[in-house]
Design a protein around this ligand. Structure first.
Ligand code: GLU
Length: 312
């Protein structure tokens, strides 16, 4: 049985990109007769207050996207808020520690950027390995000054997988990514660890998300491997861009549902999004249920999708 999921980070009102993501995850799972889980990714509790999560649930319902397990419907694999699942992340971290793969990192943000490490295309710093080989004494000394973050030691190995939409993808963990964070210095667990623990614990078999997370997948597959957990299949879809070719963000108010909901029905919004994403022959209104029979990943383009000025 296919189990898909919505995994929103409620740091603001849902925008068109999040809506397309939820719609595709829903269609992809439901088309196969599968189930859908809603998990609220509120690890950053300061940025993700509960009222945003509640609003997001309400918005998803208004859009006609339903789910079988989640915060207000319950289910066997709860709690469904990441902020309430930290004991599970700690247990996974302890397993990785026991394998000798975790080390404390004392680098400040300024030090990370100053180290002559290369940057990824998306601007993230590839960790230079500054704290990788500290002795126990050095680490203890530094821990007196500053609480460390925790990083996973990655091998100089390629991790490859075939994305369900984007095709083959590979990354060398050491060269293209570097030792990555498992827990920040303030104690907040990293997305990469939490998402793997949760998707596995919730029996998710299919992850549908934007192509901006494609390059997170090798890291996540490496964690599945280390933790001996079954990995789901991954389907990454092209990003939505505004009329100027910029990525949508929660700061981009035009794309937020708060003002859209006042002037459009759910079917109008979904019909237009589905048209842009190739699975509605015209921009005519369609409910999620009406889009279901003809949904096929082959219709969805591979390149980013620009929203024409004035469409919404
Ligand atoms: N919570 C993430 C987001 O809203 C999605 C993570 C994922 O799909 O793996 O961007």
């Amino acid at each position: 049985m296919t189990v898909g999921r919505f995994a929103p980070s409620p740091s603001g009102r849902i925008h068109l990109g999040n809506i397309l993501c939820s719609l595709l995850a829903w269609l992809s799972a439901r088309r196969k007769g599968g189930r859908v889980v809603l998990r609220i990714e509120d690890l950053d509790t300061a940025r993700c207050p509960r009222r945003y999560a509640d609003q997001m649930e309400e918005d998803l319902r208004w859009l006609g996207l339903d789910w079988d397990e989640g915060p207000s419907v319950g289910g066997p694999d709860g709690p469904y808020y990441q902020s309430e699942r930290t004991a599970l992340y700690q247990a996974a971290l302890d397993r990785l520690k026991a394998m000798g793969l975790v080390y404390p990192c004392f680098c400040t943000r300024a030090e990370l950027h100053a180290a002559s490490a290369p940057h990824r295309e998306d601007g993230q710093v590839i960790y230079a390995g500054t704290c990788r080989n500290l002795t126990a004494e050095q680490a203890a000394e530094r821990a007196r000054q500053r609480a460390p973050a925790l990083r996973l030691r990655v091998p100089d190995e390629a991790w490859a997988f075939t994305d369900g939409h984007m095709g083959p993808y590979r990354e060398n963990l050491a060269r293209d990514c570097g030792d990555f964070l498992l827990r920040r210095s303030d104690g907040m667990f990293a997305y990469q660890l939490a998402v793997v623990v949760d998707d596995a614990a919730m029996g998710v078999t299919e992850v549908v998300r934007g192509a901006d997370l494609l390059d997170s997948t090798p890291r996540q597959l490496y964690l599945y491997h280390l933790l001996d957990l079954p990995a789901p299949s991954f389907i990454h879809f092209p990003l939505l861009l505004d009329a100027n070719g910029r990525r949508l963000s929660k700061r981009n108010a035009d794309a937020g549902l708060d003002d859209l909901r006042d002037r459009a029905t759910a079917a109008e919004i979904l019909g237009k999004l589905a048209y842009l994403a190739g699975f509605n022959p015209s921009a005519e209104p369609k409910t999620a249920a009406e889009l279901l029979p003809d949904f096929d990943w082959d219709k969805v383009p591979g390149a980013d999708i620009r929203i024409p000025e004035g469409l919404f």
